[in-house]
Design a protein around this ligand. Structure first.
Ligand code: FMN
Length: 271
């Protein structure tokens, strides 16, 4: 005799088969879509880098525009480039989790709230890699609700800021989320990281009301804690704990170039 539709055995069999079918569909979709997801993550990263460099235009071909950008891996301690890692695949977030490739940070040394920091990081050079127009540095640090991740673009003099962008954060829209407001971001262009030549301690900071022309940017209103997080992450990543040694090389290189140029001009005048 056929089993009734309400029999426990039949119900369990149908439920089991349905679970198996759904599990197979979901896993197949996850595996099949992974390359597409990875391509989109990569495209998003490149778009953010072009945006912070002020090279992005809606509808542009991102891969072609990104040909102007050269990624390099930097040893943060020495500030020198390394060929130990492939910049196309090196993942500084993974490196920060690996005790062999990172160090622990705590107390006053961890103003950005990172707990661990990678020894090597990827920077992006815009223009001629031997004499770049812009240096794009990855930055991250705690906001009010969680980790904020972004990029800071510094001009080839190693001091003047070109732009800032955050591609991932959990700050409240309208309060800390105003880090995404184009009007607020526009204030950063032309600000300086250090206020004196040879300084290793970054001066750039967010202040409430009356930011000066050089090293201050208006804090986000109603979002003191997010603003403090942004100041702290910049002061960390631009200090010798972060990209300080790397930027110092550009600043001294630019000085040397200026001195050589001045010598050439003097010689030309004397001739
Ligand atoms: C629902 C809610 C969301 C908030 N989100 C943020 C935020 O994203 N960033 C922030 O700094 N403060 C945020 N605050 C405000 C902080 O709790 C705190 O009051 C504020 O940072 C103080 O800044 P003020 O001195 O500029 O008012 C939020 C408050 C509430 C109630």
């Amino acid at each position: 005799m056929a089993q009734s539709n309400n029999s426990i055995k039949k119900i369990l069999t149908v439920a089991f088969v349905l679970c198996i079918v759904c599990a197979v569909i979901v896993s197949t979709a996850a595996v099949a879509l992974r390359p597409l997801q990875q391509r989109n993550v990569e495209l998003d990263r490149k778009t953010n880098i072009l945006e912070v460099a002020d090279l992005y235009e809606p509808g542009m071909d991102i891969q072609t525009a990104f040909e102007k950008v050269t990624p390099r891996v930097v040893d943060l301690r020495s500030g020198e480039y390394t060929d130990q890692f492939d910049p196309a695949t090196y993942d500084s977030f993974q490196a920060a989790k690996d005790p062999a490739q990172s160090r622990t940070l705590s107390g006053e040394r961890d103003i950005a709230g990172l707990s661990r920091q990678e020894a090597y990081s990827t920077v992006y050079l815009v223009g001629n890699p031997d004499d770049p127009e812009q240096l794009i540095l990855p930055i991250r640090g705690q906001g009010l609700w969680g980790l904020m991740r972004g990029y800071l673009s510094v001009q080839g003099d190693g001091n003047t800021i070109e732009g800032i962008t955050f591609y991932s954060h959990a700050e409240t829209p309208g309060l800390g989320g105003e880090v995404d407001n184009p009007n607020w971001k526009a204030q950063w262009q032309g600000k300086e990281v250090y206020d004196e030549q040879g300084d290793l301690v970054p001066a750039i900071e967010l202040v409430k009301g009356g930011a000066n022309e050089s090293t201050e940017v208006d804090a986000l209103s109603g979002a003191t804690l997010t603003s403090r997080g942004v100041t702290n992450m910049l002061q960390f990543w631009l200090s010798p704990e972060g990209f300080g040694a790397y930027l110092a090389k550009f600043r001294s290189g630019v000085d040397q170039d200026d001195a050589e140029q001045a010598d050439v001009e003097l010689e030309a005048e004397g001739a």
